[in-house]
Write a protein that binds this ligand. Sequence first.
Ligand SMILES: [Zn+2]
Length: 419
Amino acid sequence: MTALHDISVGPIEACQICGSRNIEPVVDLGHQAPCDSLLTPSQLREAESTYPLRLVRCIDCSLAQIDYAVAPEVLFHREYPYRSGITETLRNNLRSTAFSIIDRFGLSEGSLAIDLGSNDGTLLSGFKDRGMRVLGVEPTDIAEIAREAGIDTRQAFFCEEVGREIAAERGKAAVVTAANMFAHVAQLGSLIRGVEHMLQPGGLFVTESHYLLDLLKTVQYDSIYHEHLKYYSLKTILKLFEYYDFTVVDVERIENYGGSIRVYAMLGRGHEAKPSVAAMLAEEQLARLEDASTYEAFAGRVRKSRVDLQMLILEAMANGHPVPGIGCPGRASTLISYCGLDAQAVPYIAEQSTSLKLGLHLPGKHIPIVDEARLLEEQPPKALMLSWHYWRPIVRNMRRKGLKSQIIVPLPDVTVAEE
Ligand SMILES: [Zn+2]
């Protein structure tokens, strides 16, 4: 039954949770290169692959999802440039996640915490500080950075087999976390079965996923990219866990990535759920997450935001001033590509000097990623905030460094920041 949740590469013809073919399009972002496939200067003259990027929804179970799966080896290549410890906000969020989980469920010192997609080990360092044993599973070379920081990390794509091996080697875990990778996994059935093997009875599987309600409300079409196969509501996560030996016992909304949900699933059926679960379901119903009109309104706002942004940037260009970008999260690629912004419009994207992305170029439009020193030196009249979901702290920080440019915040509605 649960082979249903192991998605093959290529077009996805059926709902990724319930298997229904009753799916309808929401918004088409065109063919795009995988957003983290940043290019080195020598790659700029080579051919690039693009893949369909389209948000669809299942009429039967209401899951929002994309309808094309790119091979994981293409998406999560070994040199994947994303490093979770790198922004202070994210680092703090991840560490406080560990403390919050420990306190919420009274996890004891010496018990085992495993993080899937553990990146540089930031989340696990929180568990470790509170006396728990930790193990990370991370497919990319960032595993090495984690090991150097003293976080035991296994470099692998997590799957059922790896879960079995870890359980045999390390014993059962009190908690397994999957922070912001849960929606990325094509072989989701294999992943959840792997987690079932690793957990002790009553053990917790804690997932974080970008939350559909936030995505719709704040028009975060730029968080739609090939890594994100599914866009969960609580309702669709509950539906998913019905196929496995888990009870969803608690849920909370968190601010990560512009709005996410953290869902606590306990191994075994029939555990008692906290009131948070029913409360959030009621809220989703109130927001009409199952109505076609909700998605039509979203698609309309997506199209409008594109036109508004293009107008503002064309106006700046007509005055002889292209508009550099600030911040280069994965989502920047979706926005730049969907809005058709090239290096004439956005001559470069500024990142802080510690970024692993410096010297690379966006796929498709080939916009270079440079040290923010250039932006501070040039002081263009306007700059485009691509990390708009964190724009306030970033702008405050840039102002401290002396940036005078006006800041365009592209979403949820195109505005010029007052700060
Ligand atoms: Zn469905």
